[in-house]
Design a protein around this ligand. Structure first.
Ligand code: ADP
Ligand code: MG
Length: 907
C-alpha cells in the first residue's frame, strides 16, 4: 500500500514517538493488510479484547466489513507506517440514527502505547463530524484497560455504563471543544519535538555526496562538521572514493558502520530523491537537502521517501543547520561562520538572510542555540522550530525570517503560546505594495497580504520588524534589558539639547509616551540644564551627575524606560569627564530598560559591557533606539493582557445557515453573490442586525412597502434602493434614495430608477431610514491560506478615502475586539468626545464576533461586506450587506497532519 503516501484523501501525521504515519480510508485493496492486522499483528489476548472472544471467523468478518465496496454507512481509516498497516479505526453510521455512530478500533500489538489509537481517533472524529455524527458509541470489555485509557486521554468527555463484563462507552463529539483542542495541540507538540530530535540533536551524521575536491559543498560541510567538534561519529558517503582527507569514505549509506540519525544530502538535484530513498531504507530519521532547483517530479519523490520512511526534512535549497549545544556541537552548514554558542534560536528561509543575520548577531555578541536554514521548506518550518525552542531548555529568544506560510493557523497557535515564554521576532518579508485593487467589495479590497500578515503577527504576539537591521536592533534590547511596564513612558536624557529633541521626535514616531518628569530632578543637574522631558543635561554634565539623574529617573515611577543620548564634546575627551562612564559604571541591570544612543558610533548597534556583566545596547541612531523600545513596550503589553477566550456569539443558528449555503450552491455550483433576500436570511441566522428590508418588484409595491415601513424609520422616513443582479456600488450608480417621506417621493424615486436603469432593473429594496450614527464598515473575507480575516473600518461609502481599518484573523478573542476598536484612528468618534455620546460598543463588538463565527463555521463564505453598519448610542444596524459564497471543502485547522508542500501535491 505504498501508494497511500501523499495520495489525495490521505494525510500524514506524527505518532507520539515522532514516527510518521499515513492515514487514509480503507478499501477493497486493503483486505490482506486488514486481515494480517487482526491475525498476525495481534496476540490472542488482543484479539479477545477486540472481538469479545476467540472466534476464528471474527477477523475475516472484520476484513469483509471494512474492505467491501465503499458504502455511505461506514467511515474507515487505516494507519500505515511504510507499507505496514499498523492500525484501523472505523465507525458505522446507522441510516435511521445518523447522529450516533458505532466505533471500532484495532492497533497492532507492536504499536501499542505510541499514540496510534489516539491519532486514528482524532482523524475519525474529524471525518465523522463532517458527516454530522454527534456521538461515538462503543462496546468494550471492562478489562480492556488500553482502550479505556485511550478514551480517557482523548480530551473529549467520556460516559461509561457498566453492564456485567462490558462497558458501553459514549463520546459526544461536539462538547468541550476548547479542552479537546488543547489536548490535540499538546499531543501535536510532543510528537513534533520527538520527531525533530534526529535533526537537531543527532547522535551521528552522514554527509552523502562528498567529492574529494576541496571547495565542493559536500566537502565543505564534512570539514565543518569535523572541525566544529561534533560529539558523535560523522561519516562520508561517496561511491567512488575509499577515503577522503585521510578518513574512510563509504560507498553507500547502507555500508556505514551504523545507521546515522541525520544525513546531509550534498548530491545534485536529479539524484536527491534516490539518495533520500536509500537513506530511508537504511533507517535514517532526518535529512538536510542542500540542492536547489528540484523539478516537480523530483520533489514528489523526495517527499514520498521522507513520509514513507519517517524522515523529517530540512530544505531543499538549505544552507544546512548548526547546533551549538555542547552535547551536540554540530556545524552542518556551508554559510557563514559557526555561530557563537548561546541562547538565540535562528531559522531563516533565505540562506543569504541567514548568513547576514548570523554575522550581525556574532558581531553584536548574541550567541545562537540552533540555526536552521529552512530553504524551500517542504517539511520542517518555522512552526516546528518554535516548538523545539519552546522546550529545548536553552533557547530564550527566537528569530525568524519567513517568506511564506504553509500552515499559518497552526503557526499562529504555536506562536501565541511560545511568545508567552520567550520573545519571537521576525522580519516580515514579502510585503507587497500592490493591494487587491480589483476587489468588488471594500472588505476584500482591505485584505491585502500585508494586512493579513500583520494581523497574524499581532494576534500571536510576534515582534514583527521590517528589516534585518531592525530585527537585530530589537533583539539587542530584548535580549539584555528588562521589559518596560506596558504603559511604555520614556525619559529622554541627552547632553545636547538638539539631539534630545530628535530623540523625543523618534519616540513620538514610534508611539512612545514622554511624560512630565519629577520637579526635583532639576536639583541633580548642572546649571542651565532643563529637567523637562527630553532632559537636557548640557555638555557640562559629568559622569557622577548623570548617574544620579538616571538613578533618580529609574526609581521615579514617572517613566518605564530610559533613552540616553550622548555626543562627544570638547569636555568629554577628558576621561574623568566622559558621561558614557555613567552608563558603564552605573548599577548592573536596572529595574527598567535602558537604550543608549552614541551619535559618533559607526555601527548601527553594539553592546557596552557595564558593571556586573550587564550589557547595554547602544545605537548610532535615535530612531533605531526608539523603535527597539517600542517593540519591548508592545511585548510587555502582550504579556500583560490575558490570553483571552474566543469572543462570545450566542444564538447562532448553524443549521439554517448551512442549509442556506448548500441550497445556494446547489443552484449556483460555481458560487457567486447572494441576492438581497438570501443575504438577509443568512446574516440574520447569525444574529447580525440587518435593518428591515422589503423587496418591491414595481412602483406600486414600493409605495405599499414604504407605507408599512414609514413608522419604523427615523422621522418617519424611508430609503429606496434600485437592485439588479451583479451591481457593485449602488450610490455611485445613483441607485440609492434616502430621506423619502411622502408616497409621491417614493413613486418618483422608483420612476427615476426605471428611467435610469431600464431593463436591468430587477426591482427595489425599501428600508426604514436609520437614525443618524457613525457609519462603519464591518466585513469578513476568507484568505485561502490564512483563513477568515475580519475587518472593521471607519466610514460607509467614504471608507476608501478615510483608509482607517483594523483587521484580525478569526476566530476573534475578546481582546481582538477591543484592539480593533481602539486601534482605529477614528476611535475617539466611537468612544465619545466633545460632548458626543459613545456609540453602542457592545453592539459593534457583537457584529464582529458574529462575522468571525459565521466565517469560521462556513468555509464557503468567501466574503461578507456590511457597509455601512450605522452605530448609534443604543444599537447598531446594518443597512447594506453583500455576501459572496464559493464552493469550498471544510478545513479543520486543528486536525493534526504534516504539511504537504504544493510541489508534492498529487496532480
Ligand atoms: P452602496 O454602498 O452600494 O453605495 P448603501 O446601501 O450602502 O449603498 O447606501 C449608501 C449610503 O446611503 C450609506 O452609506 C448610508 O449613508 C445611506 N443609507 C443607505 N441606506 C440607509 C438607511 N436605511 N438608513 C440611513 N441611511 C442609509
Ligand atoms: Mg454600502
Amino acid at each position: 500500500m505504498s501508494t497511500a503516501h501523499l495520495r489525495r484523501g490521505t494525510a500524514e501525521a506524527l505518532l507520539a514517538d515522532g514516527t510518521t504515519v499515513t492515514l487514509g480510508p480503507l478499501g477493497p485493496q486493503d483486505r490482506e493488510a486488514v486481515l494480517a492486522l487482526h491475525t498476525d499483528r495481534m496476540s490472542e489476548e488482543s484479539r479477545r479484547l477486540r472481538f469479545f472472544g476467540v472466534s476464528r471467523t471474527a477477523p475475516l468478518l472484520a476484513a469483509d466489513r471494512l474492505c467491501g465496496e465503499p458504502r455511505s454507512g461506514l467511515l474507515s481509516l487505516g494507519a500505515w507506517v511504510g507499507d505496514e498497516l499498523i492500525g484501523e479505526a472505523d465507525c458505522e453510521i446507522p441510516e435511521d440514527r445518523p447522529e450516533t455512530a458505532e466505533l471500532a478500533l484495532a492497533v497492532a500489538d507492536e504499536w501499542h502505547r505510541r499514540g496510534a489509537a489516539t491519532l486514528l481517533l482524532e482523524h475519525l472524529v474529524h471525518a465523522a463530524r463532517g458527516r454530522g455524527v454527534r456521538v461515538f458509541e462503543a462496546d468494550t470489555l471492562a478489562g480492556n484497560r488500553g482502550v479505556h485509557k485511550v478514551f480517557a486521554d482523548l480530551g473529549l468527555p467520556v460516559h461509561r455504563r457498566l453492564d456485567q463484563a462490558e462497558v458501553r462507552v459514549r463520546v459526544p463529539l461536539d462538547e468541550s471543544d476548547e479542552h479537546y483542542r488543547a489536548a490535540v495541540d499538546e499531543r501535536g507538540r510532543r510528537a513534533d519535538v520527538a520527531s525533530l530530535g534526529a535533526l537537531l540533536r543527532p547522535g551521528s551524521v552522514a554527509v552523502v555526496g562528498v567529492s574529494r575536491r576541496a571547495g565542493s559543498v559536500g566537502h565543505a560541510v564534512l570539514e565543518r562538521i569535523r572541525r566544529g567538534g561534533f560529539t558523535g561519529p560523522v561519516w562520508a558517503v561517496n561511491p567512488h572514493a575509499a577515503e577522503i582527507d585521510g578518513e574512510p569514505a563509504y560507498p553507500s549509506v547502507a555500508a556505514l558502520p551504523a545507521v546515522p540519525d541525520l544525513a546531509v544530502l550534498a548530491v545534485p538535484a536529479p539524484v536527491v530523491a534516490d539518495a533520500a530513498e536509500e537513506c530511508g531504507r537504511a533507517g535514517v530519521r532526518a535529512l538536510v537537502v542542500l540542492a536547489s532547483g528540484l523539478g516537480a517530479g523530483e520533489a514528489r519523490q523526495l517527499m514520498h521517501a521522507c513520509r514513507r520512511h519517517s524522515m523529517r526534512l530540512v530544505g531543499p535549497n538549505s544552507l544546512g543547520s548548526a547546533q551549538t549545544d555542547p552535547d551536540v556541537c554540530l556545524d552542518a552548514e556551508f554559510g557563514g561562520a559557526f555561530p557563537l554558542p548561546g541562547t538565540a534560536g535562528v531559522a531563516v528561509q533565505s540562506g543569504g538572510v541567514g548568513i547576514a543575520l548570523l554575522k550581525r548577531l556574532a558581531w553584536l555578541g548574541i550567541g545562537v542555540s540552533s540555526f536552521v536554514s529552512l530553504g524551500d521548506k517542504y517539511d520542517v518550518s518555522g512552526n516546528d522550530l518554535l516548538q523545539w525552542w519552546e522546550s529545548d531548555g536553552r533557547t530564550d529568544l527566537a528569530l525568524l525570517h519567513l517568506e511564506s506560510f504553509g500552515s499559518p493557523r497552526a503557526f499562529a497557535r504555536t506562536a501565541r503560546r511560545v511568545t508567552r515564554k520567550l520573545p519571537v521576532l521576525t522580519v516580515d518579508a514579502g510585503r507587497s505594495p500592490a493591494g487587491r485593487r480589483g476587489a468588488a467589495s471594500h472588505t476584500a479590497a482591505a485584505a491585502t497580504p500585508t494586512v493579513v500578515r500583520e494581523a497574524l503577527f499581532r494576534q500571536a504576539g510576534i515582534t514583527a520588524t521590517r528589516s534585518i537591521g531592525e530585527l537585530v536592533e530589537a533583539a539587542a534590547l530584548l535580549h539584555t534589558q528588562p521589559l518596560p511596564a506596558p504603559r511604555g513612558a520614556v525619559a529622554v536624557v541627552s547632553n545636547a539639547g538638539g539631539i534630545g529633541i530628535l530623540a523625543a521626535d523618534a519616540c513620538a514616531d514610534a508611539g512612545l509616551l514622554l511624560p512630565e518628569l519629577p520637579a526635583d530632578l532639576q536639583k541633580l543637574l548642572p546649571r542651565g540644564a532643563s529637567a523637562h522631558n527630553p532632559v537636557d543635561t548640557t555638555a557640562a554634565v559629568g559622569p557622577a551627575e548623570l548617574a544620579r539623574c538616571l538613578e533618580a529617573l529609574e526609581h521615579s515611577r514617572a517613566v518605564d524606560a530610559l533613552l540616553v543620548c550622548l555626543v562627544p564634546t570638547a569636555l568629554t575627551t577628558d576621561p574623568d569627564h566622559d558621561p558614557v562612564r555613567a552608563l558603564l559604571e552605573g548599577p548592573g541591570r536596572r529595574r527598567i530598560p535602558v537604550a543608549a544612543v552614541l551619535l559618533d558610533q559607526e555601527v548601527p548597534v553594539r553592546y557596552l559591557n557595564g558593571a556586573d556583566g550587564n550589557r547595554l545596547p547602544v545605537y548610532a541612531d535615535t530612531a533605531s533606539a526608539a523603535r527597539a523600545l517600542a517593540h519591548a513596550r508592545d511585548r510587555a503589553r502582550w504579556l500583560a493582557e490575558p490570553a483571552g477566550r474566543e469572543a462570545d456569539a450566542h444564538g447562532c443558528d448553524v443549521k439554517t445557515a448551512r442549509s442556506l449555503v448548500s441550497g445556494f450552491l446547489a443552484t449556483s455550483p460555481g458560487g457567486g453573490w447572494l441576492d438581497p433576500v438570501g443575504t438577509a436570511d443568512l446574516l440574520e441566522s447569525y444574529g447580525l442586525p440587518l435593518t428591515t428590508s422589503v423587496w418591491a418588484r414595481d412602483e406600486h409595491s414600493a409605495v405599499v412597502a414604504a407605507q408599512a415601513l414609514r413608522r419604523l424609520g427615523y422621522e418617519g422616513k424611508v430609503v429606496v434602493k434600485a437592485y439588479w443582479a451583479g451591481q457593485v456600488h449602488k450610490s455611485a450608480a445613483g441607485a440609492v434614495r434616502v430621506d423619502l417621506r411622502a408616497d409621491s417621493e417614493v413613486r418618483a424615486a422608483y420612476r427615476e430608477f426605471v428611467e435610469a436603469f431600464g431593463a436591468r432593473l430587477a426591482g427595489a429594496v425599501v428600508q426604514p431610514m436609520a437614525a443618524p450614527g457613525v457609519e462603519l464598515l464591518a466585513g469578513v473575507v476568507q484568505d485561502r491560506v490564512f483563513g477568515p480575516l475580519v475587518i472593521l473600518g471607519m466610514g460607509g461609502t467614504a471608507t476608501d478615502v478615510l483608509d482607517d481599518r483594523a483587521a484580525r484573523l478569526a476566530p476573534l478573542t475578546e481582546r481582538d475586539l477591543t484592539g480593533m476598536v481602539t486601534e482605529l484612528r477614528g476611535a475617539p468618534v466611537l468612544l465619545g468626545r466633545d460632548g458626543m455620546p459613545p456609540v453602542d460598543l457592545a453592539a459593534v463588538r457583537s457584529v464582529l464576533s458574529r462575522l468571525s463565527r459565521l466565517a469560521t463555521d462556513l468555509p464557503e463564505l468567501a466574503e461578507a461586506d456590511l457597509n455601512p453598519v450605522i452605530a448609534g448610542p443604543t444599537g447598531a444596524v446594518c443597512v447594506d450587506a453583500r455576501v459572496r459564497l464559493e464552493p469550498r471543502p471544510s478545513f479543520d485547522p486543528y486536525l493534526r497532519r504534516l504539511r504537504r508542500p504544493a510541489v508534492a501535491e498529487e496532480m
